[in-house]
Design a binder for this molecule. Structure first.
Ligand code: FNR
Length: 409
């Protein structure tokens, strides 16, 4: 209600209160290259659209006169109390939106009491983000590297940086088909955005140093052919890539090893003995995969299709949530992301069985508009709308939000 009060008293918000306008203004404030990467999705964009359409198939049924003046939005997750059921999803290559993006997001997360999941593809080393957060809650997201030593090194750093959980993302063993980026021909990471966790890592440096040296400035015919093919429609993109100021060897080492396309459940079975942190597996969409994750000792899974960025024409993440909750019963901890835009969406996902949700693009749009303050305001708006929705739906706390609060739309 304080947001309404401020509005009535004439204070203009820093970011628009509705997602459509937030998106429009963020687009205007971003470079074409940043927008293609952050807002883009896989293929024809069908998964991304379907993520949104799935919310439209459910309607919230308001309930009257619950008698509760205040709502309790807190949840217990993996042994810790969280002020709200909203977390910030790991988002890589934030440098596209400006310098030190991750530190700004970290500050906004700390200021609003929201857990921030540091991306393995971050633009600031996790230690810098942790230092900016004081005691505030953070988790670390890992991509399983081809190099097992790097996996261990990143886990050890996450533990030392005070991460409350280790989130291993399974759905990006190879990068999805992303036409918006490919058409621009100036691919994210080509200038080293999003490799700070790697270049700050002792094991990664060892690997980079051992890599056969490429004579400085040498451009092979093969590399030129690839670049030309990637940038056929955008000749400017060719030069952008060629003139990359990023240390080439680091970027190439990163591309070689950041992910293991051969990732299997056998790799994941080793996790339990490699960290004392709660383990969360992200990118699960099939109930059998969810079962397998819990059988291996995972503490939670994130039902997610990576914001529709990996497979085109994939199942909506919200539909997968329903199937997985039905298959696994009430106890396993299911987090959810992909398509959350508003507080009403958070309510719907919780009613369909999510214990908490992660927000992706919306907070990046707040960042594009107004830096740390923009991220804070996006979080505050989503949480405020969730709180109002709970008030009007007669649900005084998160546990009260169940499927009976919904009807088929
Ligand atoms: C992501 N996502 C992601 N996930 C992850 O595990 N590691 C990462 O580094 C990234 N990077 C990343 C970059 C960008 C620009 C986006 C938009 C997304 C996926 C992210 O964690 C989350 O699953 C989705 O963003 C959720 O969907 P919405 O909220 O964007 O619809």
């Amino acid at each position: 209600s304080s947001i309404y009060r401020q509005g009535v008293l004439g204070r203009r918000p820093v970011v628009p209160a509705d997602f459509a306008e937030l998106e429009r203004r963020a687009r205007r404030a971003s470079s074409a290259r940043a927008w293609a990467y952050v807002a883009g999705g896989a293929g024809e964009g069908r998964t991304m659209r379907r993520n949104r359409e799935a919310f439209g198939r459910w309607a919230i049924v308001p309930r009257m006169a619950s008698g509760a003046v205040d709502r309790d939005l807190s949840v217990r997750l993996l042994g810790a109390r969280h002020g709200t059921p909203l977390l910030l999803a790991p988002v890589g290559a934030g440098a596209l939106m400006g310098a030190d993006s991750d530190v700004k997001i970290a500050r906004a997360a700390a200021a609003t009491g929201t857990t921030y999941v540091f991306s393995n593809q971050g633009c600031n080393p996790m230690e810098e983000c942790a230092a900016a957060m004081g005691d505030a809650s953070r988790w670390f997201q890992l991509y399983w590297s081809k190099d097992e030593g790097l996996v261990d090194s990143l886990i050890a750093r996450a533990e030392a940086a005070g991460a409350g959980a280790l989130v291993v993302t399974l759905d990006t063993t190879v990068l999805g088909w992303r036409p918006q980026d490919l058409n621009l021909g100036s691919l994210p990471f080509s200038r080293g955005e999003g490799i700070a966790q790697y270049t700050s890592d002792p094991r990664f440096r060892e690997i980079a140093a051992a890599r056969p040296a490429q004579p400085a400035g040498e451009v092979t015919l093969g590399a030129i052919r690839t670049l030309l093919a990637m940038t056929r429609n955008h000749p400017g993109g060719f030069w952008n890539n060629l003139r990359s100021p990023a240390p080439r060897a680091s970027v190439e080492t990163f591309l070689d090893i950041y992910s293991n396309p051969g990732l299997s459940w056998d790799h994941l079975a080793t996790l339990r003995d490699r960290t004392r942190l709660p383990v969360v597996l992200k990118g699960i969409l099939h109930p059998d995969d969810a079962r397998r994750a819990f059988d291996l000792g995972a503490d939670a899974v994130v039902v997610s299709n990576h914001g529709g960025r990996q497979i085109d024409n994939a199942i909506a993440s919200l539909d997968a949530l329903v199937t997985i909750r039905d298959a696994l019963g009430p106890d396993p901890v299911l987090l959810f992301d992909s398509g959350i835009r508003t507080g009403a969406d958070v309510f719907t996902a919780l009613a369909l069985g999510a214990n908490a949700v992660l927000l992706g693009r919306p907070y990046m749009y707040g960042l594009a508009l107004a830096g740390q303050r923009g991220v804070e305001d996006v979080i505050t708006n989503v949480v405020a709308e969730l709180d109002l929705t709970m008030a009007l739906a007669g649900t005084p706390d998160i546990a009260a939000i169940t499927r009976s609060a919904l009807a088929a739309a």
